[in-house]
Design a protein around this ligand. Structure first.
Ligand code: ADP
Ligand code: ASP
Ligand code: MG
Length: 457
């Protein structure tokens, strides 16, 4: 059994979906469990819908809902127009499913217009992209001769109650997934389900957070003991830097679970940071492949013993905040750090880099995390400042401290740049720098050049 996850761009329109179906058709002997994201930009539209509802823009809500209906029906019509199926497909049921989903969005829009939407309803709304995509792709797979069963991820993806960014309850998922998927498989060539979507034990809708379909796929791979997990996306595997930022990137053939997790955590959007751990737990190879170039080299993520030491990639997080707490009381005080981190922990804000001096401590956090309450609470311990104009750049690679000359190369290349904070990850996998945001793109390109271009290794 294998798990194949297709991201938003791999299912964005009729052409992309047909390409993905052709990839699936070559893997049927491996018994694929297909996990899909919403079609590209659909989740963004659903977030927009939430905003329009809460701000009372009734007409705009209607525009968004009608647009989703038209887009998904349009994809089906385009596929059918192109032909290639055995008998004329009937669209009655699938159009009725799309209407049902869109009507439910419209009903919720009217019910909550101009009011705060409860989190479980927000999770319901944002999950509808995956329900739409999984239904239309299932219809198309069957139309093109791959008999495919549709499975509701809410029958097995049990999560805690964080609704919009929920943590799966792994034991509960494990208890249900195998039974649900094996039962669905009987008599079919493949099974399709939704990424990103979850549910509480009580049955309330949740979602796993932005980009969470990778995590759904990897977790499913782990609990089903998959032979491999394939993440199909829009790039030829994990690369030496984000190809949208740097021109001459190279593909990475093999990378360790730890390096891939560090890359994702320190900004590389190609994988969700939490999707590595489930694969690593069962030592399942995780492939990152390009649905636009299925024959191309991808990346395989493996156990560290199969991976050479060395710098693999440069990543970045453009929008970070540096929170600094200055407190003369900290001098010679014990327990100060634990109080500071307790504040971040209580508010669920995760910290990436840390640096301390005698009377102050600075940490970086992703700018998407709300900071107001953290700052208010920290004020009892000292003077708090928040710097909003910084970015973080990281160099990732196994045993980075053992690589002769690596740090000298970095500092020589950046000798004209201001470096505000520096942190060498405790697992010797990364060196991260805080720099001025306007300089970020140039710094990423410079570091890529010195490590991966001009014959550099
Ligand atoms: P999907 O919709 O398939 O989940 P994403 O947009 O989430 O795809 O992730 C793919 C994107 O990740 C690429 O288009 C690329 O811009 C970005 N990316 C960032 N860093 C890297 C990297 N080191 N290697 C490959 N892609 C990267
Ligand atoms: N559709 C969700 C998002 O856009 C989840 C995913 O694509 O992984 O964030
Ligand atoms: Mg993604």
């Amino acid at each position: 059994m294998i798990v194949m996850k297709f991201g938003g761009t791999s299912v964005s329109d009729a052409t992309a979906i047909k390409r993905s179906i052709s990839i699936i058709s070559k893997k049927l002997k491996d018994k694929p469990v297909i996990v899909v994201s919403a079609c590209a930009k659909v989740t963004d539209s659903l977030y927009k819908l939430i905003n329009c509802i809460e701000t009372g823009q009734k007409e705009e809500c209607q525009v968004v809902v009608d647009g989703l209906s038209a887009r998904h029906k349009g994809i089906i019509e385009e596929c059918i127009k192109a032909g290639g199926y055995k008998s004329e497909p009937s669209t009655g049921d699938i159009f009725a499913t799309i209407d049902k989903i869109c009507n439910s969005l419209w009903t919720l829009s009217k019910a909550h217009l101009n009011a705060q939407i409860p989190d479980s309803d927000k999770a319901y709304i944002t999950s509808m992209g995956e329900y739409l995509s999984s239904n239309i792709i299932c219809f198309m797979l069957n139309t093109f001769g791959i008999s495919t069963a549709w499975v509701d991820a809410r029958h097995f993806m049990i999560t805690a109650k964080e609704y919009m960014s929920a943590s799966p309850l792994v034991d509960e998922v494990a208890k249900r997934a195998d039974k649900v998927i094996s039962k669905a498989y009987k008599g079919y060539d493949a099974v399709i389900t939704q990424g990103f979507v979850g549910v509480t034990i009580e049955g309330d809708p949740t979602v796993l957070g932005r980009g969470g379909s990778d995590y759904s796929a990897s977790l499913l791979g782990m609990v089903l003991d998959a032979d491999r997990i394939e993440i199909w996306t829009d790039v030829d595997g994990i690369r030496t830097a984000d190809p949208r930022m740097v021109e001459n990137t190279r593909g990475i053939k093999k990378i360790s679970y730890e390096e891939a997790a560090e890359l994702a955590r320190f900004g590389a959007k190609v994988l969700h940071p939490l999707c590595i751990e489930p694969a690593a737990t069962k030592n399942i190879p995780l492939y990152v492949l390009n649905s636009m170039n299925p024959g191309g080299d991808g990346t395989v993520v493996l156990n560290r013993s199969c991976i050479f030491d060395g710098i693999k990639s440069v990543s970045y997080n453009e929008n970070i905040r540096v929170v600094s707490i200055y407190s003369p009381k900290m001098i010679n005080a014990t327990g100060f750090m634990s109080k500071i981190f307790d504040v971040f922990g209580r508010h669920g804000v995760s910290v990436d880099m840390i640096s301390t001096s005698e009377a102050s401590v600075s940490v970086t956090v992703d700018a998407k995390q709300p900071l107001e309450e953290v700052v208010a609470d920290l004020a009892q311990y000292g003077k708090v400042t928040v710097d909003r104009d910084k970015s973080q750049v990281s160099i990732i690679g196994k045993n980075i401290i053992g690589i002769k000359g690596a740090f000298a190369t970095i500092f020589e290349a950046l000798s004209d740049c201001k470096i505000y904070m520096m942190s060498q990850g405790s697992s010797f996998l990364n060196l991260s720098l805080v720099i001025d945001r306007p300089e970020m793109a140039a710094i990423v390109r410079t570091l890529h050049k010195v490590f991966f271009e001009n014959g550099a290794e």
